[in-house]
Design a protein around this ligand. Structure first.
Ligand code: NAD
Ligand code: UFG
Length: 346
């Protein structure tokens, strides 16, 4: 019998790519999303990309905090495991509206866990983030580094991680994997699904993509006086398809009887600077990106990249795509969908 996986936030950037990989992997996918930061067009496109497997996708627009609706969904569908992506994720907005973030992310997670417990579904993969490390004193970041999140969004991640640990400690039937992603970028190689943030993008790649298609005049480089190879910030960019595969590996790991509540970094283990990413994107797109050199973005850190040893060893997973692949697929998505999911069909 094919396993059924509930994917919360499955219309979003990482969720939509993961749902596609689940379908290709022979799973049934049940997606809930309130479409707060996404479009149901993503769901339709995932269905189409999945071909015959598309019939194994069921979508319901729902806020995760709507407990009766979630109870009903669990009663109607036999859900074997949950991948929990749904959450708000804009760092700056979280500093202005902390209660919005704590309410959405914490109440959402708690409601989900309560409903899962009621229905005896105790297998969970949760989207945590490298943000839990804050700005580490050394790199690569291993999973043992202390938690040092520095903004309300970031703090929701260690809070939820701890709730998961406490829950698993209280009832060993729970199997929980906490995945700490580094910087997800790129898009599905088809160019049919990708990241389509509402409003002004906060992150480097989606902002640069909008400059490349003429939606914004220039990219601001935040700081060129860091003690890095070229003075700009260094991050661990990871292709979203690699990340999606990491979730399949984590799901499989849940059937390991030794798993309790385990945390894994998902990154490439390599750092790239802002200027290196810009150069790779210019090469992939054939577009010159106009730049404005500016001061450091408040709250930004210098250099972050992952130790990937634990995920490689225990999940048998390793990122395959490099920066060139990420920029090629980012551009392919941008070029085919200059206005994201609002672009005319191609
Ligand atoms: P996204 O905004 O594209 O996807 C999140 C989805 O959750 C959206 O479709 C949104 O509509 C939905 N959602 C939010 N609150 C909801 C609620 N209460 N009920 C139902 N649906 C809700 O973001 P993403 O980049 O795909 O991120 C997915 C997860 O990964 C998030 O938890 C995020 O914090 C985490 N993460 C993302 C990054 C990143 O840089 N993209 C890095 C580390 C961790
Ligand atoms: N940057 C620019 N110009 C921009 C945007 C970003 O120069 O317009 C620079 C930043 O200063 C940084 C690098 O590009 O040096 C990457 O910045 P992003 O905003 O793309 O990513 P961050 O590493 O700052 O943060 C992201 C997510 C966080 C998450 C963190 C770790 O936004 O939520 O990765 O996972 F916590």
């Amino acid at each position: 019998m094919a396993k059924t996986v509930l994917v919360t936030g499955g219309a979003g950037f990482i969720g939509s790519h993961t749902v596609l990989q689940l379908l290709f992997g022979g799973y049934n996918a049940v997606v809930v999303d309130n479409l707060n930061n996404s479009s149901d067009i993503a769901i339709r496109r995932v269905k189409e990309l999945a071909g015959e497997f598309g019939n194994n996708l069921y979508f319901q627009q729902m806020d995760l905090r709507d407990k009766p609706a979630l109870q009903k969904l669990f009663a109607e569908r036999k859900i074997d495991a949950v991948i929990h992506f749904a959450g708000l994720k804009a760092v700056g907005e979280s500093m202005k509206k902390p209660l919005l973030y704590y309410n959405n992310n914490l109440i959402g997670a708690i409601t989900l866990l309560e409903v899962m417990a009621t229905h005896g579904c105790k297998n969970l993969v949760f989207s945590s983030s490298a943000t839990v490390y804050g700005w580490p004193k050394e790199v690569p970041c291993t999973e043992e580094f202390p938690v040092a999140a520095i903004n309300p969004y970031g703090r929701t991640k260690p809070f939820i991680e701890q709730i998961c640990r406490d829950l698993q400690h209280s009832d060993q039937e729970w199997k929980i994997i906490l995945l700490r992603y580094f910087n997800p970028v790129g898009a599905h190689p088809s160019g049919y699904i990708g990241e389509d943030p509402r409003g002004t993008p906060n992150n480097l790649m989606p902002y640069m993509q909008q400059v490349a298609v003429g939606r914004r005049p220039a990219l601001t480089v935040f700081g060129n006086d860091y003690s890095t190879k070229d003075g700009t910030g260094v991050r661990d960019y990871i292709h979203v398809v690699d990340l999606a595969e990491g979730h399949i590996a984590a799901l499989q790991k849940l059937s390991d009887p030794k798993i309790g509540c385990e945390v894994y970094n998902l990154g490439t283990g390599k750092g790239a600077s802002v200027l290196e990413i810009i150069a790779a994107f210019e090469k992939a797109s054939g577009k010159k990106i106009p730049l404005v050199m500016a001061g450091r973005r408040p709250g930004d850190g210098e250099i972050v990249y992952a130790s990937t040893e634990k995920a490689e060893r225990e999940l048998n997973w390793k990122a395959k795509y490099n920066i060139e692949d990420m920029c090629r697929d980012q551009w392919n998505w941008a070029n085919k969908n200059p206005n994201g999911y609002q672009s005319p069909e191609n």
